[in-house]
Design a binder for this molecule. Structure first.
Ligand code: 6PG
Length: 242
């Protein structure tokens, strides 16, 4: 198991610089994956931080017809809902690039049975990668002030799920979420955390320099088995802002 001290940490001056650095990593990974295997599998993160990255990616020379996008998590809302991670990615990126509809693998947040939506997504992932086990080329993740990532929140049973996709009840949100699990995320070739803002500094410190368990600090559950982890932080999230 990779040592968490192994992740590479890049500190950029501000959120726009974080987005630019991330766009470079995604474009490079896409070019390498397409050259080597003819396709690039990208897991998108939700929340607000990645929006600037997605807008930049719309203008990068990426072979979108070779790209397959998935989501690391989704809110249990319809795809046109303002809280939908799919909607944010569609508006900032997917509607602006020539990615085939069949290459967009959406989590069904609208499904009234979250557990069924999770099972269907796991099966879609299994079928997509078959006969090989799943291994995403690049996974984008964010970090909450409580050190949650994707929809893996402190104390969540999803952190220890043996499955690939879970549908945890999140007490603090009083709602279900759909989320990929550490078992699946840690199979990725590369995981890139995008974190900006002073409100994330304590969580970043706890993940990268603390020793609490993943049950308390969920992002500590993300330790790619063979791949690499990269943390792109702005100065504020790195605790370097005055
Ligand atoms: C979500 C995300 C979540 C997010 C963090 C950070 O669905 O909300 O997947 O894990 O990455 O909460 O969110 P911000 O980027 O909005 O700070």
């Amino acid at each position: 198991m990779a040592d968490l001290s192994a992740p590479s940490v890049r500190i950029e001056p501000d959120p726009d610089a974080v987005a630019r650095a991330a766009a470079g990593l995604v474009a490079e990974a896409a070019a390498n994956a397409v050259a080597e295997r003819g396709r690039f599998t990208l897991v998108l993160s939700g929340g607000s931080t990645p929006r600037a990255l997605y807008s930049l990616l719309a203008h990068r020379p990426i072979s979108w017809e070779r790209v397959h996008v998935f989501w690391g998590d989704e809110r249990c809302v319809p795809p046109e809902h303002p809280d939908s991670n799919y909607r944010m990615a569609r508006e900032s990126l997917l509607d602006r690039v020539p990615i085939p509809a069949g290459n967009v693998h959406r989590l069904e947040g609208e499904n009234p049975d979250p557990a069924a939506a999770a099972a269907r997504y796991a099966e879609e992932i299994r079928r997509f990668f078959a006969p090989e086990p799943p291994r995403f080329d690049l996974v984008l993740l964010g970090l909450g002030p409580d050190a949650h990532t994707a929809s893996l929140f402190p104390g969540s049973a999803a952190l220890e799920s043996p499955g690939w996709v879970a549908a945890p009840w999140v007490e603090k949100l009083a709602s279900y979420r759909l989320t990929l699990t550490p078992v699946l995320l840690n199979r990725a070739a590369q995981v890139v955390f995008l974190v900006a803002g002073r409100d994330k500094a304590a969580a970043v410190e706890a993940v990268l320099r603390g020793d609490e368990s993943p049950r308390e600090i969920p992002a500590r559950a993300i330790r790619p088995e063979e791949g690499r982890a990269v943390w792109l932080l702005d100065a504020a999230a790195a605790g370097r802002e005055g």
